[in-house]
Design a binder for this molecule. Structure first.
Ligand code: DC
Length: 224
């Protein structure tokens, strides 16, 4: 199935704007969206809830393989509980990054992610969409932005939500997560050899969306 369905992968570090860009592209094309980071966030959340600690790799992989999650209308549910906001905190992001370094967890989530490749098309947002999960995707984007810009975006988002935010702490956190995501042995954060790199430091979301859509028009035989 994944071979016949048009797929756009959008990979990159935290705060590069992947999530918003992927959502807009999926809306514009009427395609499905895979927010793969949400899966790792769910596993991290489930582990924290279970209180088993982040060193028990076997148990954590088991949790990942039995994850009872549901995505509906922009909400994320785990074991019948709405966890949409709970999995978006900085702590949840850090926990996600920890479980994402475990090969057993990544293996447990692989088929689930590939199952998202359904007509009319898929926009897949993550770290290894173009390298590991959908290596045959027709369009691969690697979206970056400077660490300073990414931390500032996150700071602004938190402030707008009325949540406490500290720019220095956010920057440190982001760098720590980048290092873990880039340095892990399995499926590290890296641009696929055939990915188009877009630096969004000085670009608005709309500019990035247009660049990706133009790339899609060029790459897919039938313009989307
Ligand atoms: O995209 P995000 O911030 O929601 O992702 C949360 C964490 O999950 C991130 O630190 C790295 C990890 N992740 C991953 O390893 N592979 C993916 N495809 C998506 C996310």
């Amino acid at each position: 199935m994944a071979d016949q369905v048009p797929i756009i992968t959008v990979d990159g570090p935290s705060g590069s704007g992947k999530g918003t860009v992927s959502q807009r592209i999926a809306d514009r094309l009427g395609w499905r969206l895979l927010d793969s980071g949400a899966l790792y966030r769910l596993v991290g959340h489930a582990v924290a809830q279970a209180g088993i600690g982040f060193s028990n790799k076997n148990k954590i992989s088991e949790i990942a393989s039995k994850l009872n999650a549901e995505f509906k209308d922009g909400e994320v549910w785990l074991d019948g509980i709405d966890v949409t906001d709970l999995i978006r905190t900085e702590t949840a992001g850090n926990n996600a990054s920890k479980v994402a370094a475990m090969p057993g967890v990544r293996a447990a989530l692989l088929d689930w992610q590939r199952g998202y490749a359904q007509p009319p098309g898929l926009v897949a947002d993550g770290r290894d969409m173009g390298t590991t999960v959908f290596p045959a995707a027709g369009v691969k984007i690697f979206l970056t932005a400077s660490a300073k810009e990414r931390a500032q975006r996150r700071y602004k988002q938190l402030k707008e939500k009325g949540l406490p935010a500290n720019l220095a702490a956010l920057t440190a956190d982001l760098k720590e997560r980048d290092a873990r995501d880039r340095g892990r042995a399995v499926s590290p954060l890296v641009a696929a050899a055939d990915a188009v790199e877009i630096d969004s430091t000085a670009l608005g979301i709309d500019d990035v969306v247009e660049l990706v859509l133009r790339q899609a028009q060029r790459s897919f035989a039938k313009p989307p």
